[in-house]
Design a protein around this ligand. Sequence first.
Ligand SMILES: [Zn+2]
Length: 229
Amino acid sequence: MSKLYFYFSAMNAGKTTTLLQSDFNYRERGMHTVCFLPAVVAEQWNPVITSRIGLSRVPIVLKNDTDLMVIMVAEMAKQTVSCVFVDEAQFLSKRHVRQLCRIVDRLDIPVLTYGLRTDFQGELFEGSRHLLAWADHLQEIKTICFCGKKAIMTARFDGFGTKVIDGDQIDCGDNDRYISLCRKHYDSVENNHDFINLSAEHGAAQPGLQSCNSAGQVAGQVDLQSIAS
Ligand SMILES: [Zn+2]
């Protein structure tokens, strides 16, 4: 009996790395997999799923009118598909999540989705909302705040280092920066100055705010070991 899985986290928890490693494990054993990536990511940032560990995968790009069931039926006509992966699943539409449920229930293929739970305002993304509601299995991929607590929020900062409180959910100018924080520090950090001072108080190495390419993606990763020390 196949299941729909949702692996969620704040930013920079290693979701894509986990996806690519799982995908590699399937293909290493000679099994065929299919990877999907929402168009907003593929078109605005990177059409290839990549991570620091050196693995990468060219995905099928999901547009608003893409019917995942149609694609999967065609794929299954060519060869058996052992697993379906979806990266940046927070950007899925409600309709796409429902189609993923049907791939699990009607085609009996496991579907593993990876995404952010909430946006920079702490609101659920559309894809995450419906995956949290309908997935068979929910699992959090943990990352930590500079204080050592689990980071469950993602804050956005503008080019002047001020935390952004309004704006489009998917909006990432060249000057925007993102960082994962615990709820307490998401609430108390108002700007880059607060962030640096509080990081120092907790004895954390200053990881710096991170450059954002687009669609909520960051160019670099916080060194979690240095933050935790
Ligand atoms: Zn914290």
